[in-house]
Write a protein that binds this ligand. Structure first.
Ligand code: CA
Ligand code: CA
Length: 143
């Protein structure tokens, strides 16, 4: 059982992903687990691959990875994004997450971070009229 979100919180996050993806062809996913005993970015890359997130057309998947009991997180984008955006692209989003997670406000932090990701990604990857939902908007939980 995961204990981080109740149903309505989970719904808010899924809705935030859906709305963010209305702005961009980028595909956002959230993965939650309790602990991360590895380097958090290495672990996020592993999850990214495990979820098949490198299979988007434009290689513009984004993963919000959270190990909530350890208050560790990472935001990583696929290579299509890394080729296009400046290195500090995720800084503001990470700052929002950090500030909220510190107070255990995971839902608010994610909703705000995901919204900003949608806006920022939209500048580099505008949504196309024939957009497909290439990666599910549901949250991935590791129990
Ligand atoms: Ca899409
Ligand atoms: Ca999606």
């Amino acid at each position: 059982m995961h204990t981080i979100f109740n149903k309505s919180e989970e719904q808010r996050i899924v809705e935030a992903i859906k709305q963010a993806e209305d702005n961009t062809s980028g595909e956002i996913r959230v993965h939650i687990e309790e602990h991360c005993k590895y380097d958090v970015v290495d672990r996020a890359v592993n999850v990214f691959e495990g979820l098949g997130m490198a299979k988007t057309d434009l290689r513009n998947g984004v993963l919000f990875y959270i190990a909530f009991k350890d208050k560790k997180f990472a935001v990583i984008g696929d290579k299509g994004i890394n080729e296009k955006v400046p290195e500090n692209f995720w800084n503001e989003i990470k700052e929002i997450l950090r500030a909220h997670f510190k107070e255990s406000r995971f839902t608010d932090g994610l909703v705000k971070g995901i919204a900003l990701a949608g806006v920022q990604l939209g500048q580099h990857f505008p949504r196309k009229h024939d957009d497909k939902d290439e990666l599910t908007n549901t949250i991935s939980f590791n129990h």
